[in-house]
Design a protein around this ligand. Structure first.
Ligand code: SF4
Length: 104
């Protein structure tokens, strides 16, 4: 496991813990994550998965988006919803970040 993969894994573990702690009580109407903020930038977050930098994230695929990520807890069909990586904020259903994990 590379340092980068380990970092993403640890973020995912932390996020999963946050999701469990917050449960379904996390606000659906939370403010949107700003792509330009330091943490989203560090995670490569884009509100539009088709705008992800392919050179920087060669494993990204256009079919990967928040709405089909394990960490997304927004309602099916909603335009945005909570994500454990960004507590207290909403991510775009069509967004993406480097912590993406396909929903089982
Ligand atoms: S892909 Fe979207 S839902 Fe998944 S961890 Fe990244 S921001 Fe959160």
């Amino acid at each position: 496991m590379t340092i980068s993969n380990r970092r993403v894994f640890m973020l995912q573990v932390a996020a999963a813990s946050a999701v469990l702690a917050a449960g379904a009580a996390q606000a659906q109407g939370a403010p949107m994550v700003n792509e330009k903020d330091p943490q989203p930038m560090a995670m490569g977050y884009a509100a539009d998965t088709t705008k992800v930098d392919a050179k920087k994230f060669p494993k990204h695929a256009a079919t990967q988006k928040c709405s089909n990520c394990t960490l997304y807890t927004g309602a099916a069909g909603s335009a945005a919803g909570p994500c454990g990586i960004f507590p207290g904020k909403s991510v775009a259903a069509n967004g993406w970040c480097s912590a993406y994990v396909k929903k089982a």
